[in-house]
Design a protein around this ligand. Structure first.
Ligand SMILES: Cc1cc2nc3c(=O)[nH]c(=O)nc-3n(C[C@H](O)[C@H](O)[C@H](O)COP(=O)(O)OP(=O)(O)OC[C@H]3O[C@@H](n4cnc5c(N)ncnc54)[C@H](O)[C@@H]3O)c2cc1C
Length: 464
């Protein structure tokens, strides 16, 4: 492709202390916690709704916020508040009341104790009202398209929306785009994919079906209790006979709070990159065709799903993995398996490594990856890009290996990372101390005061 020099003056908005790019679990928590720390906060999102994968991605349930053994709630703070607010509106079940191996956990046992079923519509409302309630300047339908870096620090972000292009200056920027877009624009180093071949986890378009016979699905699971995913042998038979070309070895389905309504996490598009618009387009097209095939298969061959109806597909295909920004510390599989203790731990989680094969129909949980510790830690340094200042990353684009990311990428730890990044960013903007020099002992103490659990020495009383 050739290039063209394009130069023009653009409007410059009033500066904020903190600019959060992306309003998914990480960005939402970051914006709320930065505002509660006294910062003037702006959050932008390319979608017309806050929540990222929680809402536009139709992703759910929130995977466990508890330890692997299901005993201790590890992710609390803004995440817990978000869940309780949804629960008050009848739109969520608190994780302390859900069990592994049940309909809510997709009948999966390993790592699936204490998931959080929730309704996307409730999440949309609660996310929006939490942001506005903290006085955050919410700007939707707005893409970050570049970053301005001076003296090695990000000073603001160039955006585009229906009003045109403009510049949003900020004391500190939090990249909560999932894809590390701002970090990449700013020239931060990043990695993609698994070490052996650079391939990333597949994309999936979530969809919901209604009119399911819940009891028939339950009965099927009683008959085949050992299948990792429901309907596994039926999928394999249909595949082997050539009747259907199915993307996975089973059906990953999660019951919602509504009788007869399930979320389906079963389309799969491999070999695509979430930072490439052509690949994203291909993934949307291919996964939507897979929905049709799956619906036909459900109607003809799956007990309990014979009369199911397609309710909706997500507004966007879901990207499990793209850029991993290289930070001051790269979180590894060993750290998760050994439960490495860090002096600067800002989040603790218990969800295991969940890799959907980047090159086939296998996974997760059947790839021989070792069991992770009952609880493992995420250090602040994994949110700090190694060479660019004025910028923190939170959520899916943190600094981690392919394997470690596959565990910490889920929504509860993303909330926890965002909450910590929000406080650090507010402090950085206020004091002018580079965010990379954040006093992490003070940050940990502030997080604990806000109810966070930061390891065994911390209060472990919030159990079942
Ligand atoms: C198919 C799939 C299934 C999953 N299943 C589960 C599950 O069952 N449970 C679970 O807990 N987790 C699950 N996850 C993981 C989880 O959804 C994500 O990893 C998590 O949402 C990450 O949070 P985040 O805030 O970092 O990113 P996101 O939720 O992706 O939010 C990023 C936000 O940034 C915005 N954005 C991106 N780029 C720009 C830009 N340039 N300018 C402006 N805005 C931008 C996006 O619109 C979005 O709102 C799944 C993910 C996928 C893809």
């Amino acid at each position: 492709m050739s290039t063209r020099l394009y130069q023009r003056d653009i409007d410059e908005a009033e500066a904020t202390d903190v600019l959060v790019v992306g309003s998914g679990p990480a960005g939402l928590a970051a914006a709320v916690s930065a505002a509660r720390t006294g910062a003037r906060v702006r959050v932008i999102d390319r979608f017309g709704v806050a929540g990222g994968n929680l809402t536009a991605g139709l992703v759910g349930p929130c995977m466990t916020s508890f330890s692997l053994d299901g005993r201790t709630q590890l992710v609390r703070g803004v995440f817990d508040e978000f869940v309780r607010r949804m629960e008050e509106q009848g739109g969520a079940v608190h994780p302390s009341r859900t069990k592994a191996g049940t309909q809510y956990s997709g009948f999966i046992r390993y790592g699936h104790d204490a998931v959080t079923p929730f309704e996307a519509e409730t999440a949309k409302r609660v996310a929006q009202e939490m942001l506005l309630g903290e006085g955050v300047d919410l700007l939707l339908h707005t893409w970050a398209v570049d970053a301005v870096v001076e003296d090695g620090a990000v000073r603001g972000v160039v955006i585009v929306n229906k009003s045109g292009m403009s510049y949003l200056p900020a004391g500190v920027v939090i990249d909560a785009t999932g894809d590390g877009d701002v970090a990449a624009f700013a020239g931060a180093r990043f990695e993609k994919g698994r070490e052996s071949d650079g391939l990333m986890q597949p994309m999936t378009l979530f969809f919901r079906i209604g009119s399911v016979d819940d009891e028939a699905v339950e009965e099927y699971k009683r008959q085949y209790p050992d299948e990792l995913f429901p309907f596994q042998h039926l999928v394999e038979e249909a595949q082997a006979s050539g009747r259907y070309d199915l993307p996975r070895r089973g059906v990953q389905l999660f019951k919602t709070m509504e009788p007869g309504v399930w979320r389906i996490n079963t389309t799969r598009v491999n070999g695509v990159d979430g930072t490439d618009a052509r690949d994203l387009t291909k993934a949307e097209v291919v996964s939507r065709r897979q929905v049709d095939v799956l619906m036909d298969f459900f109607h003809r061959e799956l007990p309990g799903l014979e009369h199911c109806k397609l309710i909706d597909t997500a507004a966007t295909v879901g990207v499990r993995e793209s850029r991993r920004v290289v930070g001051q510390y790269v979180l590894t599989l060993d750290d998760l398996v050994n439960g490495t203790r860090f002096p600067d731990t800002i989040a603790v989680a218990g969800y295991p490594v969940d890799i959907h094969s980047p090159s086939g129909n296998a996974g997760p949980f059947d790839d021989g990856i070792p069991r992770t510790a009952n609880e493992y830690e995420i250090p602040f340094r994994s949110l700090v890009p190694e060479s660019v200042d004025g910028l923190l990353v939170a959520g899916r684009c943190l600094s981690a290996t392919h394997e470690a990311l596959a565990a910490v990428r889920v929504m509860p730890p993303s909330f926890a990372m965002g909450e910590a990044a929000g406080i650090a960013a507010a402090w950085g903007a206020d004091r002018g101390t580079p965010v990379r020099e954040t006093d992490t002992a003070r940050l940990r103490s502030e997080l604990e005061q806000r109810g966070a659990y930061l390891g065994a020495s911390s209060d472990a009383s919030v159990g079942r």
